[in-house]
Design a protein around this ligand. Sequence first.
Ligand SMILES: NC(=O)c1ncn([C@@H]2O[C@H](COP(=O)(O)O)[C@@H](O)[C@H]2O)c1NC=O
Length: 510
Amino acid sequence: MKKRALFSVSDKSNVVDFAKGLDRLGYELVSTGGTLKKLQEAGLPAIPVSDVTKFDEILDGRVKTLHPNIHGGLLAKRGDDGHLKQLEERDIDPIDIVVVNLYPFKQTIDQPGVTEAEAIENIDIGGPSMLRAAAKNFRDVTVVVDPEDYQPVLEQLEHGGLQVDDRKQLAAKVFRHTANYDAMIAGYFSEITGETAPETYTITYEKVQSLRYGENPHQHAAFYKQPNGKGASIANAEQLHGKELSYNNIQDANAALEMVLEYEGAAAVAVKHMNPCGIGIGQTIGSAFHKAYQADPVSIFGGIVALNREVDTATAEQLKEIFLEIVIAPSFSDEAMELLTEKKNIRLLKISMETANQNRQKVVSVTGGLLVQDIDDGKVAEQDVNVATSRKPNEQEMKDLLFAWKAVKHVKSNAIVIANQDQTLGIGAGQMNRVGTAKIALEQAGEQANGAVMASDAFFPMPDTVETAAKAGITAIIQPGGSKRDEDSITACNEHGIAMVFTGMRHFKH
Ligand SMILES: NC(=O)c1ncn([C@@H]2O[C@H](COP(=O)(O)O)[C@@H](O)[C@H]2O)c1NC=O
């Protein structure tokens, strides 16, 4: 019996060459309309799918291959006499190879202003049905969903055929592909129906790259991105220079990017192990970086720097002087590129600072589960804070408090930031008690703490942090407030002439 190959592809690239190869190998070519036209125009003797179904395409193409003559041909087990007998009784020929790719749902929903009707028409029904049927029957049927596989499959067919394990791998690819396709559709429907905590959480990500290893060399790792993701994301970075990013680079670069996006004016952030070690804002990006560097010239060594303005010559000259793993910026001037690319080991990442299309949810894995929450996009402006003490912060203190508040949001809890004049001076991160964190931050700030301000990501459970701050000369504090013992901290502030404001918003980052 003649072998049969069924073609139905939306992405028609390279399909003619593949079909020619199968024709040469003696396959009968069966195809749906648009694909058929392409094959016939190339001079191939393909026949319409309606010759097999004995049923014309109906409902504007919504039903074309959804027919027992197709699915019987795909699903019959060749080693099962009962199945073969049923095919024979109904005059159904088995289908040996299925070449299908799907309506471009992802590309459709990515178009600006796409309507719901357009999105829905691009949900493929017949294609996934054929792919799944053929993949289920991989023992007997070869299924090709990815045009990248045409050439290797053809070569295998020309050299003795595919083994069952090869077909199983193609089938596995199909099930990943249809799962990804359905997850995008499910995501679209969750979005248009406003569902944020569905009963099953189906997300899909596409591979950016395999990584050399994970957090440590004995851990396998890979990096995936959101389909259609745009704008400010490490997954959308254009790497202009340097070696491949590592797992830890990606985590740190992401942290640096999230931090620098917090600031509207020219800002520079230096990160180590996902915590900032220095943040500065300035009139120019060069002066912002100078402050970030001066904040902690020791920790920045081997760090990651994110800047929210183009890297100019003056900034590049400063960056060049230090060993940095990565510099992130929306762009680099030609001269800055020349200067920085003299350094072989630095990685330069061009990343858009556009946040309009960012993910609204954040997912972290726990052993055996996932936690999903809204991103922490909480913002606090001067009018949002309540002055809790008898003294109000003066203008400069208020400016520094709001600057420090933006910084402390991105520091691992318990988090304390000491700042003055648009610059962090000391950052305490991830300690198990707040006063311990405050001591670390104050020690880092040293004498500069005198006259500086303090930000705390969560309330003070007792007045010990205020007492410690007062000893170091802190003049103003910003914190959420809300402790049962707020009064004790307020009293301590008043005793020391410290101005304290409450944000009413907490920024835990565990
Ligand atoms: N409705 C059906 O029976 C059906 N069968 C195949 N398709 C899809 O039609 C597309 C190919 O169509 P054409 O060959 O007409 O360009 C493929 O993406 C294929 O997945 C179908 N379309 C959508 O469900």
